[in-house]
Design a protein around this ligand. Structure first.
Ligand code: B3K
Ligand code: ZN
Length: 872
């Protein structure tokens, strides 16, 4: 397998200004004729034209209407070289392939009742010979022909130009997309689909027809996506001044899909799990996910489609920025603190782990073998953190000036992360050359902070040092430019209930500031500080770093109770939980959990001055993965056990309040899916689950009652989860069976049912998992189902996956090899937990052996790259 390097980037030697496709679909064989208007790239024109294609049978090649003969071209592996001295002209090819046999879910493939495409990053080459790279932008017109009964719906990008009947029960449609675009944004759908419509009028008065295409059985699950899309359209006009640019916006829901969704121009294709929702079958998290993904794909229309990436190393240019945009949107539509907590949880428990593992890579990687492996938390979530830091450094107005400049200057172009940062610099006259290290240096920086209070001089000094562990591509790291949003809390130790931040300048209201840490070590002095303060650091998680400050328990409690930054109140509670888990690790039999922490939580529950959803998150002990990062010397099963103990102590100590919440809180409210109602349900269900963990006798009855009477999926699933934790075998088994019988016709609900069971911690976990793969509703060819069982088991079932015998590792390895044969992208994702072997000491050796066993087989490029890097 060949490694591609960013430093080797060159412009293409030819451009393709127009692309005319004629796709003729018949069962088992699809023919594609392509007419490409070729134009030499002046600087590089004296080389032959080399197109790329995969798995194509080539029937015909012509240049300007003349069929090419043997000596005029050569097909070798995946490349087609045209030897003629080419000037401007039309290249024609005709190829065929079989979408029915395409199990990679990349290119043109069949899923249930439809044919559909996934071209990003390099799937278009499975459809026709092409310059399949994002800097080649072309105007596409597409004619689709198929059987009228099998495929009544024929869709592609842009506007419908013409449609009509043909002989032999066939019909056709012609689509034209006026915006030039790279091939990865091409899409085509042909199938038997029902359509739900909506409409939106843009700020300047353009009417947009919204069409959501689904299987007929899912017509009752489209409204939320349509509403979310309209909100996203209006929000982007308000926030970024960006309007939609075509007459229709189509979304197609497909069941077999490798990712969440795809932003093809004017024709988004969605995993059913990210678009279908109704109150009976969808949880609150599901509703919010649909809203976020619909918005994300819509925002790509500007950040990604109108302004696209020069090469795949710049992937975060569109993904980091678009994730930042959708996070802002979700924060505005729901609760900003809750959204921030959710995002930081993902960063701390999963992205940090990626950064610490053998596949760590920069947000703009320097090399890759298979680009599909780089659609990662680092490129997406850490990439979004970079944009967030820039936005905060610039402030609202300058950031808007920067994005206006970016979108107007680069419209219709394929650009780089450097161009993006240049737009930021343009708007604020700052120099971001050091800041750009966030793009090129992998790894999570560690920031260690110490303080000194001088009571005589009334000064307070914060001293920072930063460092970053070596990562595969960068041994030595230069200091990062790190924004530290912070404030100082007064009344240390006295635990009064009034927040009293110190003023950080002459202006008494100025209690919040952003320090810019740029050196390896750096100190900041605050004057007129009249008592020893408690520093509230990295408010709102102002930079994606690991922070080390030696807080006393009392100081953390001070932050939990009094910080004006709600996010840092949550963060302090998490830190207190970490301390408790570490205590339980040191002395499992007789450990202490801070009674002040428990008391502070109790007061917070009583007073309800914080929104319920945030309280719910305060009551959740950090994930095993995060705890493991914080105590790497301990065995993961010991960490799991210690965490369980802390959860029990927490639940017992708050038992009365939790019981009141679990049985009575908001109990008679009508079911609604606004953020406030979602937050109240989250608190009630968190309480129920804690009681279940604590083994409180009343929990069982409460859970069963809720399970039977719930009028929505969130409450029913939460109750089922509690029943599983309580584990009274008959009752739990019965409930699981009842649930399946109730929902067996709803594929997405059945996936939740699979996931719940894959996560059950028990000695029999693996046997149960094996049985579930034999269940009639399970399908190896469907990524949602594979993830529901296999990813959930290996990422969430700590005792099952890491069981002493190593059977969990072996099982995953076997699965990965099997899946790789049909769907390499999926296999390369599933293997992730094994790549983290270095964290697991003794167990890690067994994990590594399993990785080596995988690596010894013939593998796809995708899986080869991951296993090879993980074994280094
Ligand atoms: N851009 C797509 C991801 C495509 C992944 C290809 N392997 C979804 C998104 O980020 O919006
Ligand atoms: Zn995206």
């Amino acid at each position: 397998a060949q490694t591609i390097y960013l430093k080797d980037y060159r412009q293409p030697n030819y451009w393709i200004d127009q692309t005319e496709l004629d796709v003729n679909i018949t069962p088992g064989l699809t023919h594609v004729k392509a007419r490409l208007k070729i134009r030499p790239n002046k600087s590089l024109a004296n080389e032959p034209l080399v197109l790329v294609g995969e798995g194509l049978t080539t029937h015909h090649i012509a240049w300007n209407g003349r069929a090419l003969g043997q000596g005029d071209y050569a097909i070798k592996g995946d490349s087609l070289t045209i030897f003629l001295p080419l000037s401007e002209g039309w290249l024609e090819t005709e190829v065929s392939f079989n979408p029915e046999e395409n199990t990679s879910l990349e290119g043109l493939y069949r899923s249930r009742t439809m044919y559909c495409t996934q071209c990003e990053a390099q799937g278009f080459r499975k459809i026709t010979w092409y310059l399949d790279r994002p800097d080649v932008m072309s105007v596409f017109s597409t004619r689709i022909e198929a059987d009228k009964i099998q495929c009544p719906i024929l869709l592609s990008n842009g506007n419908l130009i013409e449609a009509g009947e043909l002989e032999g029960g066939r019909h056709y449609a012609r689509w034209y997309d006026p915006f030039k675009k790279p091939s990865y944004l091409f899409a085509l759908v042909a199938g038997d689909l029902a359509c739900k419509t909506g409409s939106f009028t843009t700020e300047s008065g353009r009417p947009v027809a919204i069409e959501v295409y689904v299987e007929p059985k899912d017509l009752d699950k489209c409204d939320h996506a349509i509403d979310s899309l309209k909100r996203a359209m209006a929000w982007d006009e308000r926030t970024y001044g960006l309007e939609y640019d075509l007459d229709r916006y189509m979304i197609v829901a497909v069941d077999d899909f490798n990712m969440g969704a795809m932003e093809n121009k004017g024709l988004n294709i969605f995993n059913t799990s990210c678009v279908l929702a109704n109150s009976k079958t969808t949880t609150d998290l599901g509703f919010q996910r649909v809203e976020a993904v619909v918005a994300h794909e819509y925002f790509h229309n500007w950040s990604g489609n109108r302004v696209t990436c020069r090469d795949w190393f710049q992937l975060s240019l569109k993904e980091g920025f678009t994730v930042y945009r959708d996070a802002q949107f979700s924060a505005d539509m729901n609760s900003a603190t809750v959204k921030r907590i959710e995002d930081v949880n993902v960063l701390r428990s999963a992205q940090f782990a990626e950064d610490a593992g053998p596949l760590a890579h920069a947000v703009r990687p320097a090399s890759f073998i298979e680009i599909s492996n780089f659609y990662t938390l680092t490129v997406y979530e850490k990439g979004a953190e970079i944009v967030r830091m820039l936005a905060n450094l610039l402030g609202v107005d300058a950031f808007r000036k920067a994005t206006d400049y970016y979108f107007s200057t680069y419209d219709g172009q394929a650009v780089t992360c450097d161009d993006f940062v240049a737009a930021m610099e343009y708007a604020c006259a700052k120099d971001f050359s050091q800041f750009k290290r966030w793009y090129s240096q992998a790894g999570t920086p560690e920031v260690t902070v110490s303080d000194h209070y001088d009571a005589d001089a009334n000064t307070y000094t914060l001293s920072f040092t930063q460092s970053c562990r070596p990562t595969p591509e960068t041994e030595h790291k230069l200091p990062f430019h790190i924004p530290v949003a912070m404030g100082l809390l007064g009344d240390a130790g006295s635990l009064k209930l009034q927040p009293k931040d110190f003023a950080l300048s002459d202006d008494a209201d100025n209690t919040h500031t952003v320090l810019e840490l740029t050196e390896a070590s750096q100190s900041f002095v605050f004057s007129n500080v009249f008592e020893q303060p408690v520093p509230s650091l990295f408010r709102g998680f102002s930079a994606p770093v690991n922070v080390r400050f030696n807080y006393s328990e009392a100081q953390l409690i001070q932050l939990l109770k009094l910080d004006s930054d709600e996010f840092n109140r949550w963060s302090a509670s998490q830190e207190l939980a970490v301390i408790a888990v570490n205590a339980a690790l040191q002395e499992p039999a007789a450990f202490r959990v801070s009674e002040y922490w428990l008391e502070a939580l109790s007061v917070i529950i009583d007073q309800q001055l914080i929104e319920p959803a945030v309280i719910a998150y305060m009551l959740q002990v950090p994930s095993v993965s995060y705890l493991h990062d914080r105590s790497p010397q301990h065995d993961v099963l010991a960490i799991y056990a210690a965490r369980e103990k802390v959860v029990k102590v927490l639940a017992h100590s708050l038992e009365n309040q939790l019981t009141t919440i679990a049985c009575c809180y908001d109990a008679n409210a009508a079911y609604q899916v606004d953020a406030a109602s979602i937050g109240r349900r989250a608190l009630r269900n968190t309480a129920l689950l804690l009681l279940a963990h604590a083994g409180v006798p009343s929990a069982s009855e409460l859970a069963l009652g809720q399970f039977r009477s719930a009028n929505n999926m969130t409450d029913q699933l939460a109750a089922l989860k509690a029943l599983i934790v309580i584990d009274e075998s008959d009752i739990t088994a019965e409930a699981l069976d009842e649930f399946y019988q109730q929902w067996r016709h709803e594929a997405l609900v059945v996936n939740q049912w699979f996931s719940l069971q894959a996560a059950v911690e028990s000695e029999k976990a693996l046997t149960r998992l094996e049985q579930l793969t034999q269940h009639p509703a399970f399908q190896w060819s469907n990524p949602n189902k594979v993830r529901a069982l296999i990813s959930v088991f290996s990422n969430q079932n700590v005792t099952g996956f890491h069981c002493d015998s190593g059977a969990g590792y072996k099982w995953l390895a076997d699965v990965v090899v099997k899946v790789d044969k049909s769907n390499p992208q999926l296999a390369a994702r599933l293997v992730t937990p094994l790549t983290r072997w270095a964290k697991y000491a003794e167990r890690g050796r067994t994990m590594r052996q399993e990785l080596a066993r995988i690596a010894a087989q013939p593998l796809s490029k995708d899986l080869f790259e991951v296993t090879e890097k993980a074994l280094k």
